[in-house]
Each structure stands twice: as structure tokens, then as C-alpha cells.
Design a protein around this ligand. Structure first.
Ligand code: PLP
Ligand code: ZN
Length: 400
């Protein structure tokens, strides 16, 4: 629907959505898209959704009014766990480009094309770059992507195949972000970094709509979300507020749980210290590439949501993540991204500490496909188990 205005999440300032905007010019606050939802009340009912397109664009009325750049993203399966009776796995690995980043980039590139922008730039831990490259290709726009030089091979290759301009950086995503910021004005790039433009949140918020719709409009007791920049967590929370305004749900909310890697856990540290913003994490290291975000731009939003929802943030080790990736594959038939498998580790810990009871309905987000991490997992497995001969594969026979 028509956007009423963009609202700064820090100072409340209203900005026009008639032209492209990044962050609040006054204080750098993240901008939220606001619609006149009251005008939809009674006109758009939950039941109206049935039979609509099985993509995130089924929620067109609560998304910007522009012709979508779509590859079929969203409306991913909500799978009942075979292991834990009240757990659901939201399998975002089935999105185009194999991760939930497709949702945010579909919305961001849709609006970029709508505004007539031609060159988009972003730093990426890997999957966001792949998604940006794919949607830019679909919209015939140019993409400039900066990624750490050790991103999973799939990310580097997909960006290349989609025709993006890729720069590999000997550093972290924060260094990549700095490079985009330094060069964008001179180069005429529009910055679509996480939370530095308003529409990636709009795309990712559709996960919140789907959680509600797919669970029969009854929100779960908990949602576990692997958090790097936190866009999905922020987006889902926004979706819950919007749905309440539409009269689709009540005031109940799930406990929102952030899971991070022990080697890069700035949100966990900030929450434990009772701070409202995080410190830059020094020496960030984890094989779950998407969780290697030393400082999230929207940290203040994430921390606020964790507190308001009665949730928490916890860190899990790379060894635990690796084991959970294999476990999920074996037990559920889901080959998850390591970031996604971190959700399972977190769930197990929250069961052990009785934070959740086995009767609580909890949604675990698998944010991507393990198929994008073959090189990373192979290396990790080799480190964990020694030479290939000692691993599960029996060996090579022949030649014949
Ligand atoms: C598979 C996967 N999971 C989780 C994340 C973290 O997402 P966010 O930055 O939205 O918190 C990423 C980010 O790159 C990712 O690629
Ligand atoms: Zn502001």
C-alpha cells in the first residue's frame, strides 16, 4: 500500500518516502516504513490471504506499493520437528539464493528500481551479497558487493555468476561497510547495507506474518533467531505490531531469542551488561559467516526487543554448531546453514535450563541452506575428525 512516511526509530522524525532515504539525517537512526494501517481495518481480513501467491508478496497490502522484483521468495515451509513435539523449523534455506536474505533484497531492489536507482552497493557476510546480486540481475541494476575474502565459496561464485561487481576484503563485514560508506558518493552508489535503508526490514518482516499465518494465527511462546545484523528479528517484531493494529492478533508476543556464535557475541555481551547498545566485538571469529558481525547497526533495536519480549541472547560454540548441523540433517532431513543450526543448540540449552518447557511452542529459524557452506563444512569436519579416512565416507574404490 502507499507509504505514509518513514519514521526514525531514535527521534521519531518523519521523512518522505517519495525519494530514496538511508538513515535519519539528524541522528543516524534506522528508518521504519509506516502505512495508514487503520484504513485497512475491516477491509483486509486474515481469510483474504488464502489462495494468494505463495511468496512474501501475498502480504502486498502491508508492503510498499511498487511492482515487485520477485524470484518467488518467502512463504517457506514451517516444518514440525520430528525430534521435539512442539518445535517448528521455519526453513528459510528454500528461498531463492538459499537464504532468508532473499526477502530483504527482493523488497530493497523493488524499491530501488521504483526510485530509478541504477547502482546498488552493500557489504555482506556472504548471503546478503548473493541475494543482492540475484535481485539486481533480475531488475537489470548494477550491484557492488564487498565481502570478507574468506566468505563461503558459494557466495563469491553466485555474485560472480549474477554479474555483480565483487570486491573481496582482507577484513570483516565492518571493514566492508566502511569501504562502501567511503566510496558510495563518489561512485554514485545507493547504499543498501543492513538497516541503512528502510526496505530490507520490510521484506524480512514477512517472516513474522508467515509465523502467525502458518501457526493458525496463534503466535508461538518463543522464536529463536540467529542474529548478526538482526534484521529478521527487528522485522518480525514490527510485523507483530502491525498485525495487532490490523486486528489479526492480540497483544501476546513470543519471547524473542537471539543466538550468536561464542566467537562473536556482541549482543549477548551487551544484554548481560544491561546496556542499550553493543560494543564493537574484537577478534570476531566463527565459521557461521553470517554471525560474524562485530557490531550491528540496529543493536539498540535488537536489545530493546529482547527486553520487551522477555527473551534473551545466548552464545554457542562453533563445535556445538557443527554438531547440530549434522544432527539436524540426520534427524530432521534438513541440511541447515550453520547459522540456522545454532538455533537448535540454543533451543537445547533453553530446555536444559527450563527457560522453555517441552510444552512451549517454539519456532527455530533455519536461515539458510547448508548447500551454500560445503567448503566451510568440509574444512571444519576435517579439523574436527582428522583426515578423511577417519570420517563417515568409506573411501574411494577403483579405478575399474
Ligand atoms: C544464513 C544466515 N543466517 C543468519 C544471518 C544473520 O542475519 P541478520 O544479519 O539479519 O541478523 C546471516 C547473515 O548474513 C546469514 O547469512
Ligand atoms: Zn532521528
Amino acid at each position: 500500500m502507499r507509504i505514509a512516511y518513514l519514521e526514525c526509530t531514535r527521534c521519531g522524525e518523519h521523512l518522505s518516502a517519495d525519494r530514496p532515504q538511508n538513515v535519519c539525517p539528524k541522528d543516524g537512526g534506522v528508518l521504519y516504513v509506516r502505512y495508514d494501517l487503520a484504513s485497512l481495518e475491516g477491509k483486509l481480513r486474515r481469510g483474504d490471504l488464502s489462495g494468494r501467491v505463495a511468496s512474501m508478496w501475498r502480504y502486498a497490502e502491508v508492503l510498499p506499493d511498487a511492482k515487485p522484483v520477485t524470484l518467488g521468495e518467502g512463504f517457506t515451509p514451517m516444518l514440525a520437528s520430528r525430534e521435539h513435539p512442539n518445535v517448528f523449523i521455519k526453513d528459510e534455506g528454500l528461498n531463492p539464493t538459499g537464504s532468508f536474505k532473499a526477502r530483504g533484497m527482493s523488497a530493497a531492489v523493488t524499491m530501488a528500481r521504483h526510485y530509478g536507482l541504477k547502482k546498488l552497493a552493500a557489504p555482506s557476510a556472504g548471503n546478503a551479497g548473493g541475494a543482492l546480486a540475484a535481485y539486481a540481475a533480475a531488475a537489470d541494476l548494477e550491484a557492488y558487493i564487498f565481502m570478507p575474502k574468506d566468505v563461503p565459496m558459494a557466495n563469491r561464485m553466485e555474485c560472480d555468476y549474477y554479474g555483480a561487481h565483487v570486491t573481496l576484503v582482507d577484513g570483516l563485514i565492518s571493514d566492508c561497510g566502511r569501504l562502501v560508506a567511503e566510496r558510495k558518493d563518489k561512485e554514485g552508489w545507493f547504499d543498501v547495507s543492513t538497516l541503512k535503508e528502510p526496505f530490507r526490514v520490510e521484506g524480512k518482516k514477512t517472516m513474522g506474518y508467515e509465523v502467525a499465518e502458518q501457526l493458525g494465527w496463534k503466535l508461538p511462546q518463543g522464536i529463536i533467531y540467529p542474529t548478526g545484523g538482526g534484521v529478521g528479528l527487528i522485522g518480525m517484531w514490527k510485523a507483530f505490531d502491525e498485525m495487532e493494529e490490523l486486528g489479526w492478533i492480540g497483544s501476546e508476543r513470543p519471547k524473542m531469542i537471539t543466538v550468536q556464535a561464542a566467537g562473536c557475541a556482541p549482543i549477548v555481551a551487551a544484554l548481560e551488561a544491561g546496556k542499550s547498545a553493543s560494543e564493537m566485538w574484537v577478534g570476531a571469529a566463527t565459521f557461521a559467516a553470517g554471525l560474524r558481525v562485530p557490531k550491528a547497526y540496529g543493536d539498540y533495536l535488537i536489545l530493546d526487543i529482547l527486553k520487551k519480549s522477555g527473551g534473551l541472547a545466548l552464545a554457542v560454540s562453533d563445535a556445538e554448531i557443527l554438531e547440530a548441523t549434522r544432527h539436524w540433517a540426520k534427524v530432521e532431513g534438513i541440511f541447515a546453514a550453520p547459522e540456522g543450526a545454532a538455533s537448535l543448540v540454543a533451543y537445547q540449552k533453553l530446555l536444559d535450563t527450563c527457560f522453555f518447557s517441552p510444552d512451549d511452542t517454539v519456532v527455530l529459524f533455519n536461515t539458510g541452506s547448508g548447500l551454500k557452506y560445503l567448503d566451510v563444512l568440509d574444512t571444519k569436519d576435517a579439523q574436527a575428525a582428522g583426515p578423511p579416512a577417519s570420517r563417515a565416507i568409506a573411501g574411494i574404490i577403483g579405478p575399474y
